[in-house]
Design a protein around this ligand. Structure first.
Ligand code: GLA
Length: 393
C-alpha cells in the first residue's frame, strides 16, 4: 500500500465549490472561503476541563462559495446531498428546526444573530475533502468556513479570536453536541508548520513550530474506519463525570488539580471509575505541557512516548478507545513508530503515529495487515503536515 497524497484524483475542492455554486444558482459567487479539518497531537478530553490541547490544522479543507442572497434567507447546497436546504430567520432562531448537515450552517447564523450581529441573507455552496465521521472535525470545518463567509459578506466586526467560541456555540446550542473549544480553535487559528498550544480556560494561544519533515519524521494518520459506537452519549457521560469530580474536589474544573496533588485528590474520590477519569485528565494536561516543552527545544522525536502514554491513558483510564484504534496503535508501534495514539473524541475516528519519514509505507502496510488479520474493514492512511487555518481564498 502506498500512502496517498491529499486531494489526489479529484478536482480541487475550491473548484468544486465554485462549480457547484454556478450550477445551482446560475451566477458567480462573490468569494470562496476555506476551513481545514484538524488532528489533535495531544491533549484529549482536556478542553472542556479548562485544560491544555495541542491540535493542528490539516491540509484537507472544506470550501464555501457564497454570495449575498435575498434578505433574511439562506440557501445552502452541499456536494454531499444534491437537495439544497433553505431557511429563514424563524428557523435559524430556533435551535433544532434545521437538522442534518445544514444544522451546522443554521447554527452559525443562529450564533451570529444571538451575538447581536446583523447576518446577511446568503446563497452558499459547500464542497469538502474532510471526511465526515472520521473524527477530523468536518463539523468545525463547515462551521468555520460558513462563519468566515458570512462575516465577510456582511462586513461584520468579529475578530479571529472571538470566532472559535461562536462556532462552538453553533455546535453546542443549535446542533446540541456538548463539545469543547478545541476543534474550532484549531480550524480557525491553525498556522502552517505549527501546532496550536491552547489554554482552553483563557483561550490564550501559542504557535509551537512543528515541522516533522524537517526532523526527518512524518505524522501518519490512520482512519480506523470503526463505526462510531454510542459516541455522543459516551462523550456527554465523560464530560458529566469530570464535572461531578471537579465539584467533589471543590475546584472549578479538573485543570485546577495540579499533577503534584493528584494522589491526594484521587484519595478523596470514592469510586474507582471516577478516579480513573480524573487521572486521565490530570496526567493528559501534564503530557501536553511536556510535549510543548520538548517541541520548543526542537526534540521532536522524543514526544513519541508521550503520545503512546496518552493512548494508554485513553484506553485504560478514560475508556474511549475501541479494538480498531488499539490495533492500529499496537501495529504502528510494532512496525517502528516512535509513538502513536488515538486522536479526537474517541469510540472510533483516527489514530496518529509519529515515525521516520521513510517508514510511512512500512507502518501503513503493518496496520493494514493487522486489520486484515482481525477481520476489520481496511483502514485509510495519509501522511500530513500542519496547514493553515480558515481563510478567504
Ligand atoms: C471532540 C470535541 C472536542 C474535544 C475532543 C476530545 O473532538 O469536539 O471539543 O473534547 O473531542 O479531546
Amino acid at each position: 500500500m502506498s500512502t496517498p497524497v491529499v486531494g489526489e484524483g479529484r478536482d480541487d475542492v475550491a473548484d468544486r465549490a465554485g462549480a457547484g455554486f454556478r450550477q445551482r444558482y446560475g451566477t458567480e459567487p462573490a468569494g470562496r472561503w476555506a476551513a481545514p479539518g484538524r488532528v489533535n497531537l495531544i491533549g484529549e478530553h482536556t478542553d472542556y476541563n479548562d485544560g491544555f490541547v495541542l491540535p493542528f490544522a490539516l491540509p484537507l479543507r472544506t470550501v464555501v462559495a457564497a454570495a449575498p442572497g435575498p434578505d433574511g434567507r439562506w440557501t445552502v447546497w452541499s456536494e454531499l446531498d444534491d437537495e439544497p436546504v433553505e431557511f429563514g430567520a424563524a428557523e435559524a432562531d430556533e435551535p433544532g428546526r434545521v437538522d442534518g448537515w445544514a444544522a451546522y450552517v443554521a447554527g452559525v447564523v443562529w450564533a451570529l444573530r444571538a451575538a447581536g450581529l446583523d447576518v446577511p441573507g446568503a446563497r452558499l455552496a459547500i464542497a469538502s475533502d474532510v471526511p465526515v465521521g472520521s473524527g477530523l472535525s468536518s463539523s468545525a470545518a463547515i462551521e468555520s468556513a460558513v462563519l468566515a463567509a458570512l462575516v465577510d459578506l456582511g462586513g461584520l466586526d468579529l475578530p479571529a479570536e472571538r470566532r472559535p467560541r461562536l462556532a462552538q456555540r453553533a455546535e453546542n446550542d443549535y446542533v446540541g453536541a456538548p463539545t469543547g473549544i478545541m476543534d474550532q480553535s484549531a480550524v480557525i487559528r491553525g498556522l502552517q508548520g505549527h501546532a496550536l498550544f491552547l489554554d482552553c480556560r483563557t483561550e490564550e494561544v501559542e504557535q509551537i513550530p512543528f515541522d516533522p519533515a524537517a526532523a526527518g519524521l512524518a505524522v501518519l494518520v490512520v482512519d480506523s474506519r470503526a463505526p462510531h459506537r454510542h459516541a455522543d452519549g459516551e462523550y456527554a457521560a465523560r464530560r458529566k463525570s469530570c464535572e461531578r469530580a471537579a465539584a467533589t474536589l471543590g475546584v472549578a474544573a479538573l485543570r485546577d488539580v495540579p499533577t503534584a496533588d493528584l494522589d491526594a485528590a484521587l484519595a478523596r474520590l470514592d469510586d474507582d471509575e471516577t478516579r480513573r477519569r480524573v487521572r486521565h485528565v490530570v496526567t493528559e494536561d501534564q503530557r501536553v505541557l511536556d510535549t510543548v516543552a520538548l517541541l520548543r527545544a526542537g526534540r521532536v522525536r522524543e514526544i513519541g512516548p508521550l503520545l503512546t502514554a496518552s493512548h494508554a491513558s485513553m484506553r485504560d483510564d478514560f475508556e474511549i478507545t475501541v479494538p480498531e484504534v488499539d490495533t492500529a496503535v499496537e501495529a504502528a508501534l510494532a512496525a517502528g513508530a516512535h509513538g502513536a495514539r488515538m486522536t479526537g473524541g474517541g469510540f472510533g475516528g483516527c489514530v496518529l503515529a509519529l515515525l521516520d519519514a521513510d517508514a510511512a509505507d512500512t507502518v501503513a502496510d503493518a496496520v493494514a495487515a493487522a486489520y486484515a488479520e482481525r477481520g476489520f474493514a481496511a483502514p485509510g492512511t495519509l501522511t500530513v503536515q500542519p496547514a493553515g487555518g480558515a481563510t478567504r481564498l
